[in-house]
Design a protein around this ligand. Structure first.
Ligand code: GLN
Length: 268
């Protein structure tokens, strides 16, 4: 299982092709500020800082350790910020409020296990992908269901994180809109499942596995029931300088192995 998750996770064929395509097509932009500028050409919220917005209740991508936010996204963005000559600052907020925070210049980018979706691409620009995920169903371990198919049309109450692909894309394939219950984070949705307020939770595969590990035998997972999703970092629409710089940094940290080290540190 762990092997499968890892194999699914990183450097899928699609992301490799995307990386190669950009690498081949890239000219060295004369305007590229480089690391010595401290990011003055990246149209940042605050000079010298790279402000990342996230919802730090999404392990292993972002979660709290004491008062600091750690996880794959924090680790990767720390490497990216260093490449850009910037200091990383992380703002924790509800998942739902991230797009508005980006558009309203409260943050420079979203790094939140954030799936590329055509609707989102209308209001923000995405970097190259860095991780492949799938929505996963969490059930109480005594549930009889063994597939998403069996759950369809049963009027089940499904807990999701508000504003996610789990809520907008996966859950509606199984139940009616009125039965979809939004929570501010995955932990609250899982609590509702354990106390019987919802019949299932849909959340991305890595957090699903973390929640299952946290709750031992009480939960079970139905994996591989939905299409693959690609995570990427989102920047403000039209902020090409920052987009190009982050893409270059991602290529560099994938090439030098430091990206994989961060993934291995947090993804078991
Ligand atoms: N990948 C999902 C999405 O982008 C959920 C992300 C999250 O909850 N942090 O909608």
């Amino acid at each position: 299982m762990k092997k499968l998750r890892k194999a699914l996770a990183v450097f899928t064929a699609a992301s490799l092709i995307a990386v190669m395509a950009t690498a081949c097509g890239s000219n060295n932009d004369k305007m590229n500020p480089g690391s010595s500028s401290g990011g003055s050409n990246y149209n940042l919220v605050s000079d010298g800082k790279l402000i990342m917005g996230t919802n730090a209740e999404f392990p292993p991508f972002e979660y709290k350790e004491g008062s600091s936010v750690v996880g794959v996204d924090a680790g990767v963005l720390d490497l990216v910020a260093k490449k850009l000559g910037l200091t990383l600052e992380i703002k924790d907020m509800t998942f739902e409020s991230l797009p508005e925070a980006l558009a309203g210049r409260n943050i420079d980018l979203i790094a939140a296990g954030f799936t590329i979706k055509p609707e989102r691409e209308e209001t923000m620009d995405f970097t190259d992908t860095y991780y492949t995920a799938r929505q996963t169903i969490l059930l109480k371990s005594d549930s009889a269901y063994t597939s998403a198919e069996e759950m369809k049309g049963k009027n089940l109450k499904i807990g999701v994180q508000t504003g996610t692909t789990g809520m907008n894309d996966a859950a509606p394939t199984l139940t009616g809109e009125d039965n979809i219950v939004g929570f501010n984070n995955g932990a609250l949705a899982v609590e509702a499942l354990l106390s019987g307020r919802v019949d299932a939770v849909i959340i991305d595969n890595n957090p699903a596995n973390e929640y299952k590990d946290q709750h031992g035998d009480e939960l079970k997972l139905l994996e591989n029931q939905f299409e693959e999703e690609q995570y990427a970092i989102a920047v403000r629409k039209g902020n090409k300088e920052l987009l190009d710089a982050v893409n270059q940094a991602l290529r560099d940290i994938k090439a030098d192995g430091s990206f994989q080290k961060v993934v291995d540190q947090y993804v078991r």
